[in-house]
Every structure is written in structure tokens, then in C-alpha cells.
Design a protein around this ligand. Structure first.
Ligand code: NDP
Length: 252
């Protein structure tokens, strides 16, 4: 029997940097135990200035989402934290691009292996724990590129459309177990994944006109929203994609 007085645990994949790190810290700030499911478990991001109280709720756990055994071990470890697993954020992802007429099929496969099968594998390994704990929330990090034609990024676009589709399918299949599944789809956010692109002057000028809000988002914009999903714990919210893109995806 788990000790219900302890905080519940949430696993965040790819918490070493970017959106994943910001989300892990935000959840720890809000009182959850956070398993930082990182390829290098020592990479748990805990920058200067984070209070000891918050950092004590961030626990590094080795996890490569392409490796099923590593995923299963990591989810078991996450469930051992606090009063057990209440949620998972499937944030880890990769993006590679290139002209589609010559883009290597092995790169396409690698993108799907990480973004799609890796995400599904974490959902699958989290399921028995969430079901046994009375339910919980899975947040898959998709992208607004799931519905727009990103030139040179066919593999990435396809992978994020699949993440949204998996979220819908699991939300329906696992609803009776009180497991809710959401796809949170960011627009441009400045991280290591996008810095080279977003730091170009021409790109900044282009985005000023292209994004109705006028600028790219910050990791904290996504992190705060994901944190609110867990704090609000709205039992009727499931199966949908929520875009956080400054309205870029719907702008003509
Ligand atoms: P970063 O490149 O900054 O971080 C990616 C994270 O994923 C790193 O922690 C990396 O770990 C981890 N990762 C990659 N592969 C694996 C793996 N096999 N197993 C475990 N961890 C892995 O990316 P962002 O923070 O920008 O992106 C986070 C998510 O948000 C991604 O899914 C991305 O597609 C999505 N997104 C990002 C947008 C943006 O503009 N930045 C826009 C829309 C969606 P390691 O340190 O080991 O490399």
C-alpha cells in the first residue's frame, strides 16, 4: 500500500534541457516528485537558483526511449517515487530535416523510432502503474507541425501527426481506467533544437510577421501549461490536441 501522504510522481522524458527541463522543474515547483527520464541520468537539469526543496523533488533516472528495457526499468523506478506514478510527459524528441527528394530513409526511420515508437513505448510501460494507481495523465508533446506542411521536414511532421493520433487512440482505449491522454503541441520555442534557426536575423524578421503574437515561445510557456494540467486534474479533459503556438498554426 502506497503512502498517500507523499507527493505523487510524474516522469518526464528528455528532461536534460529545453522544454523537458523547464517542465520537470515546473512540476517539482508545484509539489510533484519528478523522475527526469534522461539518456544520461546525471543530466537532470537543476540550474542555480532552484531551491533545495524543489531540487530534492527532481530525481534522475536513466532512460533511452528507443530501448524498451530501459523504458520499462525507468517507469518502474518512477513508480517507486513518492506515492507512485500519476503521470508521464513524453517530451523527448528529435528533429532532422533535408530535401525530401534525397532525405535518407534511415533518418526518416530514426525520427519515427524516437518520436513515435519511443512515445508509444513510454505510454505502454506507464500503463500498468497508472492503472494500478487509480488512473493518471499522459501528456505527449507534439508540435504545431502536425497540421502544416513543413518544407524539408516531412519525417518530423509525420511523426508529430502520429503522436496526436496515438494520444487520441489511447485516450479512448484507456478512458475507463481513468487514464487521460493529451497532446500538447508547441509552436516555435527557442531551445537547442531550434536555436540555430531562430537566431538568424532573417528568420526573426520573418517570424515577427508570421506569428500573430510576434515572437517564438519560451520553454516556460509550455512548462507552465503542462504543470496546470496536472494541478487542475480535470477528469473530462482527454484525447485532444492543445496548440501553444501564438496562433501561428491558424494564421493565414
Ligand atoms: P531539445 O533538443 O532541446 O531537447 C530534446 C530532449 O530530448 C533532450 O533532453 C534529449 O536528451 C531528449 N532525447 C532525444 N532522444 C532521446 C532518447 N532516445 N531517449 C531519451 N531522451 C531523448 O528539444 P526541445 O526541448 O526543443 O523539444 C522537446 C520536445 O518538444 C520535442 O518532442 C520536440 O519535438 C517538441 N517541440 C519543440 C519545439 C521547439 O520549437 N523547440 C516546437 C514543437 C515541438 P539528450 O540530452 O540525451 O540528447
Amino acid at each position: 500500500m502506497k503512502n498517500q501522504a507523499l507527493p505523487t510522481a510524474i516522469g518526464v522524458t528528455g528532461a536534460s534541457r529545453g522544454i523537458g527541463a523547464a517542465t520537470a522543474i515546473e512540476l517539482a515547483r508545484r509539489g510533484f516528485m519528478v523522475a527526469c527520464l534522461n539518456r544520461n541520468c546525471l543530466a537532470t537539469a537543476c540550474p542555480e537558483g532552484i531551491s533545495g526543496d524543489v531540487s530534492s523533488r527532481l530525481v534522475g533516472v536513466q532512460c533511452d526511449i528507443r530501448d524498451e528495457e530501459s523504458v520499462q526499468r525507468a517507469l518502474q523506478q518512477a513508480n517507486n517515487l513518492g506515492s507512485g506514478l500519476f503521470g508521464v510527459i513524453n517530451n523527448a524528441g528529435i528533429a532532422s530535416g533535408g530535401p525530401s527528394d534525397t532525405y535518407a530513409l534511415k533518418d526518416f526511420e530514426e525520427t519515427l523510432r524516437t518520436n513515435v515508437i519511443g512515445t508509444f513505448s513510454v505510454c505502454q510501460s506507464a500503463y500498468p502503474f497508472l492503472a494500478a494507481n487509480g488512473g493518471g495523465i499522459i501528456v505527449n508533446i507534439g508540435s504545431f507541425w502536425d497540421r502544416i506542411g513543413g518544407k524539408r521536414y516531412a519525417a518530423y511532421c509525420a511523426s508529430k501527426a502520429a503522436v496526436a493520433a496515438i494520444s487520441r487512440a489511447l485516450a479512448v482505449e484507456w478512458a475507463k481506467k481513468n487514464i487521460r491522454v493529451l497532446d500538447v503541441a508547441p509552436g516555435y520555442v527557442r531551445t537547442e533544437m531550434t536555436a540555430d534557426h531562430l537566431d538568424q536575423q532573417a528568420m526573426q524578421e520573418h517570424l515577427k510577421g508570421r506569428i500573430p503574437r510576434g515572437y517564438p515561445g519560451e520553454p516556460g510557456d509550455i512548462a507552465r501549461f503542462v504543470g496546470s494540467i496536472f494541478v487542475e486534474n480535470n477528469s473530462y479533459l482527454t484525447g485532444t490536441t492543445i496548440y501553444i503556438d501564438g496562433a501561428q498554426g491558424i494564421s493565414p
